[in-house]
Design a protein around this ligand. Structure first.
Ligand SMILES: *Cc1c(COP(=O)(O)O)cnc(C)c1O
Ligand SMILES: [Zn+2]
Length: 422
């Protein structure tokens, strides 16, 4: 027996995990892990696998990477907040943060790959605008797990690792993130190729949920607010699910944290839909999408098809947490990044800067009170230290395609490569 099962949020049925990404009875909705351990026992080890009680894996991979939470002094003083906590995901050795790919995507990649190793044999496929691809590349390099990464041509220099990577097939496509996703979906029809699954993958959600776990363990109690910048909103869903478990644990209070999630103007589809309390995102929520995506400060926040309406998705999560969504401008995000560097001493991923700008705005607009317990998810940062302190192996593309390249041509190459692994 393993220490967890899966349940469908639509039909409530329970089933074992075979790297299952959706309900085997055909429901349209997220599946969620159900862990035998009601109380979390932290393992005496470094890295996110210390939270293994609530991760869908039995074994662990060797890593020092985990979210690190501390109470803010600099930024808190500047904003006049008495109980501000920052949970940092990225590379910042001075505080013990060793996510060498620089973002919380690494906390998704480790359990996802471990879960695949335990449940299926095959190659995993990732479409990414950068951070996810780099995180999976790093974990591939450290484990030997084969991955196929598809990125828009413009993001090719974002795929690098700190150790030599020999089991990555990197494909660039002349197009945008949506084109990379489209090609990736077709590739996953090939035998032996598994999708990483995005929000549907419980390993990704529970891996990301470790930010809430790390925060709550550091604070001793659940926060009043959890703040994060979102593109897909998966991190928000994950924070909510982790909070459900922390409440059931019994040691951290029983008040569900309110989620306060941010997007970067002018690409803010979830903010628009939520402000109308609509379950579905319309095309009109993304006017001039292509143009809007070019204007944002953080392009990892520009997901056109987030898991918003799906059962158990962002809409349901905001309903369940009495949540809010706000938008911030690129100029405010840029300035918030500078403020954070001055007040806390680390450079931020642009998405994390969007979150800090959101915090500033929420304080100014009296959305949060100065004495509330606030947990801010700093989802990425420390790139200047990564550049200065770590080796860098830049992955050269193995295949460069366009939207015109016949799929048969691509799949022939992929199949030949996949054969080595399955
Ligand atoms: C992907 C990403 C986000 C947004 O994540 P969600 O999946 O929307 O929760 C935020 N910050 C960084 C640094 C990211 O890489
Ligand atoms: Zn079902």
């Amino acid at each position: 027996m393993t220490h967890y099962t899966l349940t469908c949020l639509v039909c409530q049925r329970e089933f074992p995990d075979t790297y299952t990404l959706s309900c085997p009875f055909g429901c349209e909705g997220l599946v969620r892990t159900k862990y035998a351990a009601r109380q979390m026992t932290l393992r005496d080890e470094k890295g996110i696998f210390k939270y293994r009680d609530w991760l869908p894996v039995s074994g662990s991979l060797l890593t020092d990477a985990e979210p690190i939470c501390y109470k803010s002094h600099g930024l808190a003083a500047f904003l006049g907040l008495s109980d501000l906590w920052l949970v940092f995901s990225g590379y910042w050795p001075e505080i013990g943060a060793y996510a060498v790919s620089g973002s919380f995507k690494e906390f998704e990649a480790y359990p996802t790959i471990q879960r695949l190793l335990e449940r299926r044999h095959g190659v995993i496929q990732i479409s990414s605008a950068g951070n996810t691809g780099r995180a999976f590349a790093e974990v591939s390099a450290r484990t030997g797990q084969a991955v196929i990464i598809i990125v828009p041509e413009s993001a090719r220099d974002r795929i690098f690792t700190t150790v030599q990577a020999d089991h990555i097939m990197l494909i660039t496509i002349a197009g945008d993130y949506a084109d990379a996703i489209h090609l990736g979906n077709r590739m996953c029809t090939l035998p032996g190729v598994f999708p990483e699954g995005g929000a549907k993958n419980v390993a990704r959600r529970d891996g990301m949920g470790t930010t809430m776990l790390a925060g709550t363990f550091a604070m001793g109690t659940l926060p009043d607010w959890y703040l994060q910048a979102v593109g897909s909103g998966t991190g928000g869903i994950a924070a909510y699910e982790a909070s459900l478990r922390l409440i059931a644990d019994g040691r951290f209070g029983n008040k569900m944290p309110r989620l306060l999630l941010f997007q970067n103007e002018p690409f803010v589809p979830m903010v628009r839909a939520w402000h109308d309390r609509r379950r579905t995102i319309r095309d009109a929520d993304m006017p001039d999408g292509n143009d809007a995506i070019k204007k944002v400060y953080s392009d990892v926040l520009t997901n056109r098809t987030p898991p918003y309406a799906i059962c158990g998705g962002v809409y349901d999560t905001l309903m369940a947490t009495d949540g809010r969504m706000e938008s911030v401008t690129s100029e405010d995000a840029r300035r918030a990044g500078e403020l954070f560097f001055k007040s806390e001493g680390i450079d931020l991923d642009p998405a994390a800067a969007v979150c800090v700008a959101g915090l500033v705005k929420a304080v100014q607009k009296d959305i949060i009170r100065p004495d509330e317990k606030i947990l801010v998810s700093i989802t990425g940062g420390g790139y200047s230290r990564i550049e200065r302190l770590l080796p860098r192996f830049v992955k050269e593309p193995d295949l460069q395609v366009t939207k015109m390249t016949p799929f048969e041509e691509i799949s022939a190459q992929i199949l030949g490569w996949v054969e080595k692994y399955v």
